[in-house]
Design a protein around this ligand. Sequence first.
Ligand SMILES: [Fe+2]
Length: 205
Amino acid sequence: MPTRAWFPTLLYHEPLQKAGLDRFNAELADECHRLRDYDAAGRRWSAKNYPGGYTSYATLNQLHKISSTFGGLERKLTAHVRRFAKQLAFDLRGREIAMTDFWVNIMPEHAAHSLHLHPLSFISGTYYVATPRGCPGLKFEDPRLSKFMAAPPKLASARPAHRTHVTYPARAGHVILFESWLRHEVAANRTAAERISVSFNYNWS
Ligand SMILES: [Fe+2]
């Protein structure tokens, strides 16, 4: 073929670990609920900015520093982020990658999270704690979409890598990593059960 693909956008999707995820996620879900119950300021912030759901993004956003459960999860996630940074061919100039933010997201029925990106970091991601059957995945947008201008739409039969959006199903026990500038969203949860995830940012310093 005379054409080759350049400038790839990499997404990383892996189970957190090989075994023991059900028990770990059950304990983590309990802790997420306790945090929601405790975090009155976060519930108020969520009522304005995260309608129908709860996020500790604005209030309890360094959970790895205050909770041993989240601290343990941070160490496991950091191993995944190191792998991802390697695949992205980053030269970290002898510096270390470090988690800067770690927060909880609880999405009951109807809650949604509109298109956004993660400022002040270089790699971000989500770990799924509870994902009821049929709950929404994580939808990513082609970062060049704003530059397409007069381009025609893509064929319905286009290969997945050529489409303007890709949705990763939310799977409990799995980690998704992406570069922090990549815009993404979560559609409304149409199931009656809560979808629980924890999200995080990394920088290098
Ligand atoms: Fe996000």
